[in-house]
Design a binder for this molecule. Structure first.
Ligand SMILES: N[C@@H](CCC(=O)N[C@@H](CS)C(=O)NCC(=O)O)C(=O)O
Length: 213
């Protein structure tokens, strides 16, 4: 299985399926493509017509879009364990993942993922509201898993993967959370796969100006 990803420092969409693969110990190799604009449509277009990363290539199957990749991995390799087992939790986990996938535009625009950066910024009202919404989702759904870690719905799943870039963004921009949301962020920052992603991101030196605040 091959996962095409962007720069680990910047590519929040790439992080999601990578984290699911890595955390479950699935065997895959990575192909890294720069998010620099030079020739980007040709470079990314060789994997999928979307000209975006991530792309998963599994034998003859090509899947683009982070949510579709995670769904495929859950069905094809994890016997559905990408989502919580309880149907009601599964539906809610899908709802918050879809909400993250299709919304939070102010948060995305004003707090781009950038693992090597630490910077306090002035936020718009819209971004502040996005942050409050994330905080209320984490407070409502984070609970202790069997290892004593705080995970959404009490066990690492695709929803955690979808919020992982936000966990890193809040660290980068020094966003102060309280209560269970703060504890969830701290617990996720210790997840071994997320630690590994950040370690690799910090070894990268390429600067993509469009992705810097
Ligand atoms: N909805 C897509 C979004 C993918 C996306 O926007 N990827 C960015 C990198 S993080 C990209 O490929 N950008 C290149 C470009 O827009 O030219 C997904 O979930 O995978």
């Amino acid at each position: 299985m091959k996962l095409v990803i962007g720069n680990k420092n910047y590519s929040s969409w790439s992080l999601r399926p990578w984290l699911l693969l890595h955390a479950h110990g699935l065997s895959f190799f990575e192909v890294s493509e720069s998010l620099k604009q030079d020739n980007i449509r040709n470079r990314l277009g060789q994997y999928s017509g979307s000209c975006k990363v991530p792309v998963l290539i599994d034998e003859g199957v090509v899947i683009w879009d982070s949510l579709s990749i995670c769904e495929y991995l859950s069905e094809a390799y994890l016997a559905g364990a990408g989502w919580p087992e309880n149907p009601a939790y599964r539906a809610e986990a899908r709802s918050i993942s879809s909400e993250m996938h299709s919304g939070f535009n102010a948060l995305r625009a004003e707090l781009p993922m950038n693992c090597r950066l630490f910077k306090k910024i002035t936020l718009s009202k819209a971004a502040e509201m996005d942050i409050q919404r994330v905080e209320s989702i984490w407070s409502k759904y984070a609970s202790i898993d069997s290892n004593g870690s705080l995970r959404l719905f009490g066990g690492f799943n695709i929803a955690d993967c979808f919020f992982a870039p936000v966990v890193l963004r809040f660290k980068t921009y020094d966003i102060q959370l309280s209560g269970k949301a703060a504890e969830y962020q701290a617990s996720m920052l210790e997840h071994p796969s997320l630690v590994e992603w950040v370690r690799a991101a910090l070894l990268e030196s390429e600067v993509v100006p469009e992705n810097e605040v």
